[in-house]
Design a protein. Structure first.
Length: 346
């Protein structure tokens, strides 16, 4: 029976901790599970709750930091100074696993020793709503060559995972090294790609975890567009520092991801025009980011569409949300005329 070591960093998430830990210990058949809770000097009752959980189950251990060390240092402490089982999981204290998640992941990696990590679908938990039901009966799996999977991440400029649904082969985790402290918000994206450059990637068609959305996550979605792009850019640039020599087409992939990030920045501005939120979005900063990230951004269709929106203006643009802005000029002029007549009440 494979052993899975679950590291749970916790900072002021005592109210979620019991549910999180319980999810790792119950209904996880086919695995020998150990849990380490690392309380990073929480100011709530997290440490007390963690100690009670450890007293009630010998599989749970607790470390309490006297001073806050930050989440990257806490990740590395658990994964590199404690975890030594077959597989390991980094699970935020506000998230949780679905029933059988560890067994499904371990079985896939047991069968495919070339796979370095496995993930599945993560179900969002939204504030004020009941937890949705999880689909825990897998309807298949896929194994991707690691380099192909990593290449796809460059193409979409994102990591495609939430984090709690990932189970890693511990030997591969130790081989690729620690989380990078230069990436406080996107160290996970860089780590998954680093892992993929050392081993293949497995995907299970099942709900493997729940991840929690907080009010701040959703209410700041527009304002967070620029920081997210900046952090993802840094993640890919750091990966190229770590492992660029292992990518035969590193220069091409670098160009690909920077072009995609520029396109996403310009698209964020276009959405702000379409939704009438230009006053809530750092429009000029996003455009500046796009051209700094990829100097040829002026050639992108998204930039041409943005130029048209800017000429129309933020007041009229929301009326054109259903218009294909890359249509022939005649159609655009016709639609603009219709909008003008509508505003005049004609």
């Amino acid at each position: 029976m494979s052993r899975v070591d679950v590291v749970i960093p916790c900072y002021n998430y005592g109210r979620f901790l019991t549910e999180c830990v319980t999810s790792t210990l119950q209904d996880q058949r086919g695995t020998d599970v150990r849990v380490l809770i690392i309380d990073d000097a929480s100011q709530d009752d997290s440490a007390e709750i963690a100690q009670k959980l450890a007293a009630a189950d010998s599989r749970v251990e607790v470390v309490v930091h006297p001073t806050n060390r930050g989440h990257i240092a806490t990740f590395n402490e658990g994964l590199f100074e404690w975890a030594d089982g077959d597989y390991c999981v980094l699970l935020s204290a506000d998230d949780k696993l679905t029933a059988g998640a560890l067994g499904r992941a371990a079985a896939l990696m047991d069968e495919h020793p070339n796979v370095g990590f496995v993930y599945g679908h993560a179900v969002p938990i939204r504030p004020g709503r009941l937890h949705p039901s999880a689909r825990t009966k897998a309807w298949g799996s896929t194994i991707w060559p690691g380099h192909s999977w990593a290449t796809r991440r460059f193409q979409v400029a994102d990591g495609c995972m939430s984090s709690p649904e990932v189970v890693v082969r511990t030997s591969v985790q130790h081989q690729v090294g620690r989380y990078d402290s230069r990436l406080p918000h996107t160290s996970d994206i860089e780590m998954w790609m680093r892992l993929a450059l050392s081993a293949d990637v497995g995907y299970i068609r099942a709900d493997q975890a729940y991840y929690r959305l907080h009010d701040s996550n959703m209410s700041n979605a527009y304002a967070a567009a620029l920081p997210s792009l900046q952090e993802r850019r840094r993640a890919f640039e750091v990966l190229l520092e770590h492992a660029g020599d292992r990518l035969a087409n590193a220069a091409q992939l670098s160009d690909t991801v920077h072009r995609q990030l520029a396109r996403q920045a310009l698209s964020a501005v276009a959405r702000a025009y379409d939704s009438g939120r230009t006053s809530q979005v750092p429009v000029e900063e996003l455009i500046e980011f796009a051209f700094d990230c990829w100097p040829a951004a002026g050639r992108l269709n998204s930039y041409r569409g943005l130029q048209l929106r800017r000429r129309i203006g933020p007041t009229l643009t929301p009326y054109l949300r259903l218009l294909n802005l890359y249509a022939p000029v005649r159609r655009v002029k016709e639609c603009m005329a219709l909008v003008h007549w509508r505003l005049l009440g004609v």
